[in-house]
Design a protein around this ligand. Structure first.
Ligand code: SAM
Length: 277
């Protein structure tokens, strides 16, 4: 059968509005993609018609009775390589349709995924994601049919499906209307080049400590400053590489100085307390 399956059924796709972002995924394991994206924010984005995910299985495009999609590597060596024929046919069907399409191969050899890259993908055009398995995909198909390669980190997965699901999740939550509070994406880590500030909820007092009093003060300006200062401080402590790439305004520089001074004073005090007399 040369068909596609819809991530949560044809019924949902029919309900998709014109503005929905469409992502087609070419994969030997469509159920992995579908199961990953059924719940939470991204499941809801699909239900709301903001995102349509469609999967295409190269096995459905194989031409022999065994539905073969892989073969031994030329030159010998371990593992198998995904053949051009069925993959190319599946890709062509996935790329078919209105408007420009960007085809991305999920690969450990690709450009490392960042929030900036996710935001760029979320603005369109339509995406086709190619998931590899085994040793990977015949290089000639990549050169012919793929616009770019994206990696989700410097480690090797057994297939591209989880990487594709990571990318779709990150894109899905940026679609207008996917998050109940649009501001939460704007305040997330990386959106302004910094890590997010710490978060607390009730109870405000407990065995594990108290919520910082400023968060209970009702003083919105003070709360905003405190959060900014914590975000700057955390980024300085945990990801100085991010901070080095971020341009800070005068207020942010002052807040970061304050954080550093307080952090160093707390560290000196701890060291003095643990020093033998
Ligand atoms: N032989 C390949 C290499 O060393 O570059 C690894 C192949 S891997 C076992 C099988 C598939 O998993 C790849 O074709 C790719 O689609 C996917 N994959 C593995 N690691 C990945 C990563 N870090 N990011 C994105 N996709 C990955």
């Amino acid at each position: 059968m040369h068909g596609a399956s819809w991530s949560i059924g044809i019924r949902i796709f029919e309900g998709v509005g014109k503005g929905a972002m469409r992502i087609d995924v070419v994969t030997l394991f469509p159920e992995l993609i579908e199961n990953c994206l059924r719940s939470g924010v991204v499941g809801r984005a699909q239900e709301r018609g903001l995102l349509a995910v469609r999967t295409w299985n190269p096995r459905d495009f194989a031409t022999d009775s065994h539905r073969t999609v892989d073969d031994r590597p030329c030159g010998g060596g371990p593992g198998m390589v995904m053949m051009i024929g069925p993959l190319q046919a599946a890709l062509e069907r996935a790329q078919d349709g209105d408007g420009p399409v960007r085809t991305v191969y999920l690969s450990p050899q690709g450009v490392r995924l960042t929030q900036a890259k996710v935001a760029q993908f979320a603005r369109g055009p339509r995406l086709v994601l190619l998931c590899g398995r085994y040793e990977g995909v015949d290089e000639r198909l990549l050169a012919h049919a793929v616009d770019e390669e994206v990696s989700i980190g410097d480690y090797v997965l057994s297939g591209g499906e989880l990487a594709a699901a990571v990318l779709i999740d990150a894109i899905g939550r940026l679609q207008d209307g996917a998050l109940n509070d649009a501001q939460s994406a704007e305040q997330d880590s990386f959106s302004d080049g910094l890590l997010d500030c710490p978060h607390y909820t009730r109870p405000v007092r407990g065995a594990l400590g108290d919520v910082p009093p400023v968060l209970l003060s009702g003083d919105h300006a003070a709360i905003r400053r405190w959060r900014r200062k914590q975000a700057l401080g955390r980024t300085w402590l945990r990801r100085p590489d991010l901070l080095a790439r971020t341009e800070l305004d005068a207020e942010s520089r002052r807040l970061l100085d304050e954080f550093r001074r307080e952090h160093e004073a707390a560290r000196d005090q701890t060291e003095a307390g643990t020093r033998p007399d």
